[in-house]
Design a protein around this ligand. Sequence first.
Ligand code: GLN
Length: 310
Amino acid sequence: MNIEHATKQLEQMRQEAYAYTDKGKVASYIPELAKEDPCQIGVSVCLPDGTILSAGEADKPFTLQSISKIFSLIVALCQNGQSYVFERVGKEPTGDPFNSIIKLETIKPHRPLNPMINAGAIAVAGMIRGKDVEERLQSVLELLRKMTGNPQIGINEAVYCSEKKTADRNRALAWFLKDSGVLTGDVEETLDLYFRHCSIEVTAKEVARLGMVLAADGMDIMTKESVFPAEVARICKTFMVTCGMYNASGEFAIDVGIPAKSGVAGGILATVPNKMGIGVFGPALDEKGNSVAGVKLLELLSKEWKLGIF
Ligand code: GLN
Protein backbone atom coordinates (compact mmCIF):
# COMPACT_ATOMS: atom_id res chain seq x y z
CA MET A 1 0.00 0.00 0.00
CA ASN A 2 1.29 3.45 -0.92
CA ILE A 3 0.87 5.29 2.37
CA GLU A 4 0.79 8.79 0.92
CA HIS A 5 -1.84 7.89 -1.69
CA ALA A 6 -3.89 5.93 0.87
CA THR A 7 -3.82 8.89 3.31
CA LYS A 8 -5.10 11.18 0.55
CA GLN A 9 -7.93 8.76 -0.22
CA LEU A 10 -8.75 8.56 3.48
CA GLU A 11 -9.01 12.36 3.65
CA GLN A 12 -11.26 12.45 0.57
CA MET A 13 -13.57 9.82 2.01
CA ARG A 14 -13.61 11.65 5.34
CA GLN A 15 -14.74 14.81 3.57
CA GLU A 16 -17.48 12.96 1.76
CA ALA A 17 -18.64 11.41 5.05
CA TYR A 18 -18.51 14.80 6.81
CA ALA A 19 -21.68 15.80 4.96
CA TYR A 20 -23.51 13.16 7.02
CA THR A 21 -22.58 14.59 10.42
CA ASP A 22 -25.70 16.77 10.37
CA LYS A 23 -27.95 13.77 9.67
CA GLY A 24 -27.74 12.45 13.23
CA LYS A 25 -27.80 13.53 16.87
CA VAL A 26 -25.35 13.08 19.72
CA ALA A 27 -26.48 10.69 22.48
CA SER A 28 -28.30 12.65 25.16
CA TYR A 29 -29.53 9.95 27.57
CA ILE A 30 -26.06 10.14 29.13
CA PRO A 31 -26.03 13.94 29.76
CA GLU A 32 -22.24 14.26 29.53
CA LEU A 33 -22.24 12.82 25.99
CA ALA A 34 -24.75 15.47 24.88
CA LYS A 35 -22.01 18.12 25.21
CA GLU A 36 -20.06 16.68 22.26
CA ASP A 37 -19.87 18.65 18.99
CA PRO A 38 -21.76 16.53 16.42
CA CYS A 39 -19.81 17.97 13.47
CA GLN A 40 -16.73 15.80 13.84
CA ILE A 41 -15.52 12.80 11.92
CA GLY A 42 -12.13 11.16 12.28
CA VAL A 43 -10.65 7.91 11.05
CA SER A 44 -7.48 5.91 11.58
CA VAL A 45 -6.24 2.77 9.91
CA CYS A 46 -3.62 0.55 11.55
CA LEU A 47 -1.64 -1.83 9.33
CA PRO A 48 0.03 -5.12 10.38
CA ASP A 49 3.43 -3.43 10.80
CA GLY A 50 1.92 -0.82 13.14
CA THR A 51 1.82 2.00 10.57
CA ILE A 52 -1.12 4.31 11.27
CA LEU A 53 -2.86 6.47 8.66
CA SER A 54 -5.37 9.07 9.80
CA ALA A 55 -7.71 11.83 8.70
CA GLY A 56 -9.84 14.25 10.71
CA GLU A 57 -10.38 13.97 14.47
CA ALA A 58 -8.17 10.93 15.04
CA ASP A 59 -6.59 12.20 18.27
CA LYS A 60 -9.78 13.38 19.93
CA PRO A 61 -10.49 11.32 23.08
CA PHE A 62 -13.94 9.73 23.39
CA THR A 63 -15.39 6.96 25.55
CA LEU A 64 -15.60 3.39 24.29
CA GLN A 65 -19.19 2.84 25.48
CA SER A 66 -20.46 -0.35 23.81
CA ILE A 67 -17.14 -0.99 22.08
CA SER A 68 -15.89 -1.97 25.54
CA LYS A 69 -18.25 -4.98 25.43
CA ILE A 70 -15.69 -6.76 23.25
CA PHE A 71 -12.92 -6.30 25.80
CA SER A 72 -14.96 -7.28 28.84
CA LEU A 73 -15.95 -10.40 26.87
CA ILE A 74 -12.29 -11.17 26.16
CA VAL A 75 -11.46 -10.88 29.87
CA ALA A 76 -14.45 -13.01 30.91
CA LEU A 77 -13.60 -15.71 28.34
CA CYS A 78 -9.93 -15.79 29.38
CA GLN A 79 -10.83 -15.98 33.07
CA ASN A 80 -13.72 -18.46 32.89
CA GLY A 81 -13.60 -20.37 29.59
CA GLN A 82 -16.31 -20.68 26.94
CA SER A 83 -18.70 -23.10 28.61
CA TYR A 84 -19.04 -20.98 31.78
CA VAL A 85 -19.60 -17.78 29.77
CA PHE A 86 -22.06 -19.22 27.27
CA GLU A 87 -24.15 -20.92 29.92
CA ARG A 88 -24.97 -17.39 31.11
CA VAL A 89 -25.15 -15.42 27.86
CA GLY A 90 -26.26 -16.59 24.40
CA LYS A 91 -24.84 -16.28 20.89
CA GLU A 92 -27.88 -14.98 18.97
CA PRO A 93 -28.64 -11.53 17.52
CA THR A 94 -31.79 -9.92 18.94
CA GLY A 95 -33.17 -7.57 16.28
CA ASP A 96 -34.02 -5.24 19.19
CA PRO A 97 -32.41 -1.99 20.38
CA PHE A 98 -29.24 -2.39 22.47
CA ASN A 99 -30.94 -1.54 25.77
CA SER A 100 -34.11 -3.57 25.23
CA ILE A 101 -35.49 -5.65 28.09
CA ILE A 102 -38.27 -7.53 26.33
CA LYS A 103 -36.54 -10.78 25.31
CA LEU A 104 -35.11 -11.30 28.78
CA GLU A 105 -38.59 -12.30 29.80
CA THR A 106 -40.06 -13.80 26.65
CA ILE A 107 -37.23 -16.17 25.68
CA LYS A 108 -36.27 -19.18 27.75
CA PRO A 109 -33.86 -19.78 29.37
CA HIS A 110 -33.99 -16.25 30.85
CA ARG A 111 -30.52 -15.14 29.85
CA PRO A 112 -29.39 -12.32 27.55
CA LEU A 113 -29.28 -13.32 23.89
CA ASN A 114 -25.72 -12.10 23.28
CA PRO A 115 -22.86 -10.19 24.97
CA MET A 116 -23.04 -7.16 22.60
CA ILE A 117 -26.34 -5.83 24.00
CA ASN A 118 -26.49 -4.08 27.38
CA ALA A 119 -28.10 -6.99 29.24
CA GLY A 120 -25.48 -9.39 27.88
CA ALA A 121 -22.58 -7.08 28.67
CA ILE A 122 -23.85 -6.55 32.23
CA ALA A 123 -24.00 -10.35 32.60
CA VAL A 124 -20.42 -10.54 31.26
CA ALA A 125 -19.26 -7.84 33.71
CA GLY A 126 -20.67 -10.08 36.45
CA MET A 127 -18.27 -12.83 35.33
CA ILE A 128 -15.11 -10.70 35.59
CA ARG A 129 -13.24 -11.80 38.67
CA GLY A 130 -11.30 -9.80 41.24
CA LYS A 131 -11.42 -8.90 44.92
CA ASP A 132 -13.19 -5.59 44.29
CA VAL A 133 -14.45 -3.43 41.44
CA GLU A 134 -11.03 -1.73 41.13
CA GLU A 135 -9.26 -5.05 40.55
CA ARG A 136 -11.97 -6.21 38.15
CA LEU A 137 -11.70 -2.99 36.12
CA GLN A 138 -7.94 -3.30 36.18
CA SER A 139 -8.04 -6.51 34.12
CA VAL A 140 -10.00 -4.73 31.36
CA LEU A 141 -7.71 -1.68 31.49
CA GLU A 142 -4.59 -3.85 31.41
CA LEU A 143 -5.84 -5.67 28.33
CA LEU A 144 -6.51 -2.35 26.56
CA ARG A 145 -3.16 -0.91 27.64
CA LYS A 146 -1.35 -3.94 26.26
CA MET A 147 -3.29 -3.91 23.00
CA THR A 148 -2.78 -0.17 22.37
CA GLY A 149 0.72 0.09 23.82
CA ASN A 150 -0.56 3.07 25.85
CA PRO A 151 -0.10 2.60 29.62
CA GLN A 152 -2.11 5.79 30.27
CA ILE A 153 -5.49 4.43 29.12
CA GLY A 154 -8.03 5.25 31.84
CA ILE A 155 -11.61 6.28 32.40
CA ASN A 156 -13.35 9.61 31.82
CA GLU A 157 -14.71 10.38 35.31
CA ALA A 158 -17.30 12.91 34.13
CA VAL A 159 -18.86 10.46 31.66
CA TYR A 160 -18.73 7.65 34.22
CA CYS A 161 -20.51 9.74 36.91
CA SER A 162 -23.03 11.03 34.37
CA GLU A 163 -24.00 7.50 33.28
CA LYS A 164 -24.03 6.13 36.82
CA LYS A 165 -26.49 8.83 37.88
CA THR A 166 -28.89 8.31 34.99
CA ALA A 167 -28.72 4.56 34.26
CA ASP A 168 -32.18 3.49 35.40
CA ARG A 169 -32.68 1.29 32.35
CA ASN A 170 -29.38 -0.57 32.88
CA ARG A 171 -30.21 -0.92 36.56
CA ALA A 172 -33.54 -2.50 35.62
CA LEU A 173 -31.76 -4.94 33.28
CA ALA A 174 -29.24 -5.88 35.97
CA TRP A 175 -31.85 -6.53 38.67
CA PHE A 176 -33.86 -8.60 36.19
CA LEU A 177 -30.72 -10.65 35.55
CA LYS A 178 -30.28 -11.11 39.28
CA ASP A 179 -33.86 -12.37 39.57
CA SER A 180 -33.21 -14.84 36.72
CA GLY A 181 -30.06 -16.15 38.41
CA VAL A 182 -27.73 -14.88 35.65
CA LEU A 183 -26.13 -12.33 38.00
CA THR A 184 -25.12 -13.82 41.30
CA GLY A 185 -22.76 -11.33 42.96
CA ASP A 186 -23.29 -7.75 44.14
CA VAL A 187 -25.51 -6.16 41.47
CA GLU A 188 -24.56 -2.53 42.16
CA GLU A 189 -20.87 -3.43 42.06
CA THR A 190 -21.25 -5.20 38.71
CA LEU A 191 -23.18 -2.21 37.33
CA ASP A 192 -20.40 0.04 38.58
CA LEU A 193 -17.85 -2.07 36.69
CA TYR A 194 -20.02 -1.91 33.56
CA PHE A 195 -20.32 1.92 33.74
CA ARG A 196 -16.60 2.21 34.30
CA HIS A 197 -15.57 0.04 31.37
CA CYS A 198 -18.02 1.94 29.13
CA SER A 199 -16.26 5.18 30.20
CA ILE A 200 -12.76 4.10 29.18
CA GLU A 201 -11.34 6.85 27.03
CA VAL A 202 -9.54 6.25 23.72
CA THR A 203 -8.82 7.94 20.38
CA ALA A 204 -9.62 6.70 16.87
CA LYS A 205 -5.89 5.93 16.48
CA GLU A 206 -5.99 3.66 19.51
CA VAL A 207 -9.19 2.02 18.34
CA ALA A 208 -7.49 1.25 15.00
CA ARG A 209 -4.70 -0.47 16.91
CA LEU A 210 -7.24 -2.47 18.95
CA GLY A 211 -8.85 -3.52 15.67
CA MET A 212 -5.48 -4.60 14.27
CA VAL A 213 -4.81 -6.87 17.29
CA LEU A 214 -8.17 -8.53 16.70
CA ALA A 215 -7.34 -8.76 12.98
CA ALA A 216 -4.08 -10.50 13.96
CA ASP A 217 -5.99 -13.09 16.05
CA GLY A 218 -4.99 -11.62 19.40
CA MET A 219 -1.32 -11.01 18.63
CA ASP A 220 0.33 -7.79 19.76
CA ILE A 221 1.56 -6.50 16.41
CA MET A 222 4.57 -4.71 17.89
CA THR A 223 5.95 -7.37 20.28
CA LYS A 224 4.51 -10.33 18.32
CA GLU A 225 3.30 -11.78 21.61
CA SER A 226 -0.11 -13.35 22.00
CA VAL A 227 -2.34 -11.12 24.19
CA PHE A 228 -5.31 -13.51 24.05
CA PRO A 229 -6.00 -16.80 22.24
CA ALA A 230 -6.92 -16.81 18.54
CA GLU A 231 -10.09 -18.72 19.44
CA VAL A 232 -11.23 -15.79 21.62
CA ALA A 233 -10.50 -13.36 18.76
CA ARG A 234 -12.55 -15.56 16.42
CA ILE A 235 -15.53 -15.49 18.80
CA CYS A 236 -15.33 -11.68 19.12
CA LYS A 237 -15.11 -11.10 15.38
CA THR A 238 -18.09 -13.38 14.80
CA PHE A 239 -20.15 -11.47 17.39
CA MET A 240 -19.11 -8.23 15.71
CA VAL A 241 -20.54 -9.46 12.39
CA THR A 242 -23.79 -10.78 13.84
CA CYS A 243 -24.49 -8.26 16.65
CA GLY A 244 -21.81 -5.52 16.64
CA MET A 245 -23.92 -2.76 15.09
CA TYR A 246 -26.98 -3.53 17.25
CA ASN A 247 -30.17 -4.03 15.23
CA ALA A 248 -28.46 -2.62 12.12
CA SER A 249 -25.93 -5.48 11.97
CA GLY A 250 -27.54 -7.19 8.97
CA GLU A 251 -27.66 -4.01 6.94
CA PHE A 252 -24.06 -3.18 7.90
CA ALA A 253 -22.90 -6.68 6.91
CA ILE A 254 -24.39 -6.18 3.42
CA ASP A 255 -23.34 -2.55 2.90
CA VAL A 256 -19.89 -2.65 4.55
CA GLY A 257 -19.08 -6.32 5.20
CA ILE A 258 -16.46 -5.83 7.92
CA PRO A 259 -16.68 -7.09 11.54
CA ALA A 260 -17.36 -3.94 13.60
CA LYS A 261 -18.58 -2.72 16.98
CA SER A 262 -20.04 0.70 17.66
CA GLY A 263 -20.62 2.76 20.79
CA VAL A 264 -22.97 5.63 21.64
CA ALA A 265 -20.11 8.12 22.04
CA GLY A 266 -19.76 7.79 18.25
CA GLY A 267 -16.88 5.35 18.01
CA ILE A 268 -16.69 2.34 15.71
CA LEU A 269 -14.02 -0.34 15.87
CA ALA A 270 -13.66 -2.33 12.66
CA THR A 271 -11.32 -5.22 12.01
CA VAL A 272 -10.36 -6.63 8.63
CA PRO A 273 -8.96 -10.13 9.30
CA ASN A 274 -5.16 -10.22 8.78
CA LYS A 275 -5.19 -6.85 7.02
CA MET A 276 -6.00 -3.87 9.22
CA GLY A 277 -7.78 -2.32 12.16
CA ILE A 278 -9.95 0.76 11.66
CA GLY A 279 -11.03 3.29 14.28
CA VAL A 280 -13.74 5.84 13.56
CA PHE A 281 -15.07 8.71 15.66
CA GLY A 282 -18.21 10.61 14.68
CA PRO A 283 -20.55 11.48 17.57
CA ALA A 284 -23.72 12.20 15.54
CA LEU A 285 -25.76 8.98 15.76
CA ASP A 286 -28.60 7.51 13.73
CA GLU A 287 -31.80 6.31 15.42
CA LYS A 288 -30.23 2.92 16.20
CA GLY A 289 -27.28 4.48 17.98
CA ASN A 290 -24.58 4.10 15.30
CA SER A 291 -22.38 6.97 14.08
CA VAL A 292 -24.03 8.22 10.86
CA ALA A 293 -20.91 9.63 9.27
CA GLY A 294 -18.84 6.77 10.68
CA VAL A 295 -20.97 4.12 8.99
CA LYS A 296 -20.85 6.12 5.73
CA LEU A 297 -17.08 6.41 5.95
CA LEU A 298 -16.67 2.67 6.52
CA GLU A 299 -18.93 1.97 3.57
CA LEU A 300 -16.82 4.20 1.30
CA LEU A 301 -13.59 2.71 2.63
CA SER A 302 -14.78 -0.87 2.23
CA LYS A 303 -15.80 -0.26 -1.39
CA GLU A 304 -12.71 1.76 -2.35
CA TRP A 305 -10.21 -0.64 -0.77
CA LYS A 306 -12.25 -3.83 -1.30
CA LEU A 307 -12.22 -4.75 2.39
CA GLY A 308 -15.50 -6.67 2.63
CA ILE A 309 -14.95 -10.19 4.00
CA PHE A 310 -17.85 -11.88 2.21
N1 GLN B 1 -22.92 2.87 28.38
C1 GLN B 1 -23.92 2.79 27.38
C2 GLN B 1 -25.21 2.22 27.93
O1 GLN B 1 -25.17 1.33 28.69
C3 GLN B 1 -23.41 1.95 26.23
C4 GLN B 1 -24.45 1.75 25.18
C5 GLN B 1 -23.93 1.82 23.79
O2 GLN B 1 -22.84 2.30 23.51
N2 GLN B 1 -24.77 1.39 22.89
O3 GLN B 1 -26.28 2.63 27.59
